[in-house]
Every structure is written in structure tokens, then in C-alpha cells.
Design a protein around this ligand. Structure first.
Ligand code: C5P
Length: 292
């Protein structure tokens, strides 16, 4: 018997950095959105306790260095359960090191699967707390949908869903190290910040135009020159009719919002000739029902 769980990619509708914390992390304020670009996690029980990992990407770690294995170990440790024997397969579709929380999302899907199999009564909040011990984006990825993420990323507030739209997502071949980019941040020198309050209002009133106008990621303002492709892709998306375009997370993936499918599909087609990791996506709903 095999058990499967999708792991959705995330985009940042906004990303703001508020300050550096004593623990070396940064206080964030981010509006996060799941999209239907997804990895697939499959569990097959095995007799031997512990985890065996397989994946279609040969260069991913297959030991405790993989966030899926870290998440599984953390789940059994936090819930004081004996470790089960499990073969974990990850079919990766989300580009790695892309700013789309692909790894965090795989870890989160492992947590949801383990809850389903071992502890269906475990409150969602406790599962998210376990996620927080695995990585800053994991609690959001456990929940998914549209949410405000604050603190290190673990303080979550559900938001009204992004209105129906089409999203062209394009990852250039360069990769950016998240810790390196955070290390460049001088919070007091950040001159511009997203209009997060305006974004929340636009989401509440289902105003796609207002949402598009408020896409903003402060990391773009400190991006080293060698990532110029990020700005080329943004310009190309805007030229091809995107309402707005922004980088997600610590990049380098860029996305553009479109109200209609056709222009989004044309933009994806055009960009994919130069950048093979280009996808036509839609918003994805939360993995758990919204909290009252
Ligand atoms: O928590 P996670 O391992 O995903 O974070 C990766 C790195 O990103 C951290 O080591 C830290 O350098 C940086 N980070 C940060 N502030 C956050 C989240 C991540 O400085 N809120």
C-alpha cells in the first residue's frame, strides 16, 4: 500500500524584512500564496525502521541532509513515537534553489502524510510547530493557501484566497544562496517596503488589480548585478501583458499575474524558449480548512 501527498510551490506576493533578530534570523512580513506547481511525495511502508529516500533528481541528498528526512525524524521525536519504516519517494517538479520553497514544501508534505498515517488527531498548530523546527518556511507550507507569515515565517494568519488568475512562473538558470542574500541585508538601508496593509485590503475585497499593483519583494533591491536575468524576465512578462511581475522569496524565480489564460500561456511559451523552467500555474488552496 502506498500513500501520496502533493507538495505545492509557494510564491511571495510580498516579502518584507523588518529587522535582524538576536538568533541571527530576520523578522519577516510576507504574503504567501500556494500554486499548483507541485512535487509528489509517496510513502511505502517498509519492515526496517527508518527512512529510505528515492527521487528523480540524482543530485538531491538522500540521507538526513534531505529536508524530507529531517521532517520525518522531527515528527517522531516531537510526538515521542517509535520511528516507523518508510520508503519516501520525491518526484520533483518544483525547481530547486528557486525561491519557491520546494524543499520546505516536501518536508511539509511529509509531516501531513505522517499525521494522516500515525496521529490523525494531532492539531494542525502542533504539526506547524514541528515544521518550524525543520525550517522557517515549513509551517506555512504545512498550511498552504494564502497567508500572512510573520516572525521567522512561523507566525501565520490565514488570508482570503487570491482571486482566480493565471500565473507565469519562470526560473532563470542562476541560483541564489538564501543565507548569502540575507547576509547582504542592512535593514535600515532598505528604502522601500511593500504596502502589506494595502495588499491585505486588496485580498479582502478580491481586487486582483490592487493585488497586482502591490506585488513587492525587498530582496530585489539588494540583488547582486549578476542576477540581471531576474529583471529581464520581469520586463519580458510586463511586455507580454502581465498586470505585474515580481521575484519570489530569495529568487531567482520571477512570476507574472494575468487575469486571462491566453496571454499567460503565450508568455510561458515565449519565455520557455530561453528558460526551460517556465510554468503556467494557478493559485492552489490551503491544505487545511481555514481557521475560524
Ligand atoms: O530556516 P531556514 O533553514 O529555511 O533558513 C535558511 C537561512 O535563511 C537561515 O540560515 C538564515 O540565514 C536565513 N533566514 C533568516 N531569517 C528568516 C529565515 C531565514 O535570516 N526569517
Amino acid at each position: 500500500m502506498a500513500y501520496t501527498e502533493p507538495a505545492y510551490a509557494k510564491l511571495n506576493l510580498t516579502l518584507d524584512i523588518l529587522g535582524r533578530r538576536e538568533d541571527g534570523y530576520h523578522d519577516m512580513r510576507m504574503v504567501m500564496q500556494s500554486i499548483d506547481l507541485q512535487d509528489l511525495i509517496t510513502f511505502t511502508p517498509q519492515a526496517e525502521p527508518g527512512f529510505t529516500l528515492t527521487t528523480n533528481l540524482p543530485y538531491l541528498p538522500r540521507d538526513g541532509g534531505n529536508i524530507a528526512v529531517k521532517a520525518a525524524n522531527q515528527f517522531f521525536q516531537d510526538n515521542r513515537l517509535p520511528v516507523l519504516g518508510m520508503s519516501i519517494d520525491i518526484k520533483k517538479n518544483i525547481p530547486v534553489c528557486a525561491g519557491m520553497a520546494g524543499g520546505s514544501s516536501d518536508g511539509a508534505a511529509v509531516l501531513r502524510l505522517l499525521r494522516r498515517l500515525c496521529l490523525p488527531e494531532l492539531p494542525q498548530g502542533q504539526l506547524e510547530e514541528t515544521g518550524g523546527r525543520v525550517g522557517s518556511d515549513v509551517p506555512y507550507c504545512v498550511r498552504g493557501g494564502t497567508a500572512l507569515a510573520e516572525g521567522r515565517g512561523e507566525a501565520l494568519t490565514d488570508l482570503p484566497p487570491l482571486p482566480p488568475c493565471w500565473i507565469a512562473v519562470c526560473k532563470p538558470p542562476c541560483s541564489i544562496s538564501t543565507p548569502e542574500l540575507f547576509a547582504q541585508v542592512r535593514v535600515k538601508r532598505l528604502r522601500c517596503h511593500p504596502d502589506t496593509a494595502g495588499m491585505l485590503e486588496a485580498l479582502s475585497s478580491g481586487d486582483l488589480e490592487g493585488i497586482a499593483h502591490r506585488l513587492y519583494n525587498v530582496f530585489e533591491d539588494i540583488l547582486p548585478r549578476r542576477y540581471a536575468q531576474v529583471f529581464e524576465i520581469k520586463a519580458a512578462l510586463l511586455n507580454m501583458g502581465a498586470m505585474a511581475a515580481s521575484m519570489t522569496g530569495s529568487g531567482p524565480t520571477v512570476f507574472g499575474l494575468f487575469p486571462e489564460r491566453e496571454p499567460a500561456a503565450r508568455a510561458v511559451q515565449a519565455l520557455s524558449e530561453r528558460f526551460p523552467a517556465t510554468f503556467l500555474c494557478r493559485p492552489a488552496p490551503a491544505c487545511f480548512p481555514r481557521q475560524p
